[in-house]
Design a protein around this ligand. Sequence first.
Ligand SMILES: O=P(O)(O)OC[C@H]1O[C@](O)(CO)[C@@H](O)[C@@H]1O
Length: 434
Amino acid sequence: MENISLDYSNSFVREHELRHLEEYISLAHHILHEKKGAGSEYLGWLDYPKNYDIEEFKKVKETALNIRKNSEVFIVIGIGGSYLGSRACIEGLNHSFYNQLCSEKRNGPEIYFVGNNVSSTYIFELLELIEDKSLSINVISKSGTTTEPAIAFRIFREYMNNKYGKEAKDRIYITTDKEKGILKEMSKNEGYETFTVPDSIGGRYSVLTSVGLLPIAVAGIDIDMLMEGAKEGMEEYSALDIDKNYSYQYALLRNILYRKGKDIEILASYEPSLHYFQEWWKQLFGESEGKDLKGIYPSSANFTTDLHSLGQLIQDGKRNIFETTINIEKVRKDIEIKKEQEDLDGLNFLSGKTIDFVNKKAFEGTLLAHTKGGVPNIIINIPEMNEKYFGKLIYFFQKSCAISGYLMGVNPFDQPGVEEYKKNMFKLIGKPGY
Ligand SMILES: O=P(O)(O)OC[C@H]1O[C@](O)(CO)[C@@H](O)[C@@H]1O
């Protein structure tokens, strides 16, 4: 039966190394599942694919349908875990040029993300782009206090009020804490529809809650199948036997490689549509593990594009890197390379083959080259990129991240280091109290 699988035969990790650490996985598993570890108040995501709020899920689907009907543009305001997961899913599963398609082909609103930076140019030009188009917005912030989305919302709130007057409130959707925070207060005062970020789920683990699901459903993606995949992952990746649990294998492998001095991990992909999935993964692992002077630096590369920029360093640079490659076995679309009468470009040797055949050979060739250069490679095979595998892959990484964090001896659910830049910025911009 087709399934997500992991291949560590090119990782230079031998089987007995996994066996030596098997007991530690078992320990980490129990600490996690029995909620005895650091940050255990943030384990709501663990059984969420089975225990999610059905009423809220229904409301997400109804609201998404409504937005799809009455809006040409949908704006998602949020940063970090409040936008990366939905963007990853939308870009990973939808047409590569979704926003540029004509409306009949797109069959849903154009979707843009803002509030994930403080670039005035970006905000200004987005406002220019959406002029004259019907609009709905979703502001997502668990805390409600994050500066980037707060500033973007102020600008877009004014824009919506000018454009729609009293009806603006029917086009503004807020995803935030159940009862506290500025956004909740504002929603009560203004009459905005709200969605909940569960207390027990931190931002980077929240893609399968309303945080991710509303934008994903607005993009026309089947969120039932997404949850179905996550549920499958939840069951499969709870097995204690590491031979049957690829998520735990991955956690173990990266810890073994880390102890051998490999402190940079590149998540590589040969599909550009996975760019934001890689960004989501970077936050997940970076915020979860990078603390107490420890952590693997999570980076990403899109091949073959980056083979022409980073390839040299990966092949020949300092040997502190390992690669994890996401291999999509069956691509969404393929193109056959045809034979030409005159073989002017010398490519007739490829006639009858497909572009994906070349891509797969590029992957094989790169794997050979990089392993020869001493770069351990872990391969995660995905049969195809559909809703179900996407949901399962999300769960795969969330589970392995929690286990990996416990193996590393850190709290995988807090992010105290993020506050430092904020304090400085607040002081510099004159925020009261700083
Ligand atoms: O949803 P919020 O509270 O605006 O937070 C956004 C992001 O900011 C952080 O708190 C810090 O970067 C992340 O963990 C989170 O995903």
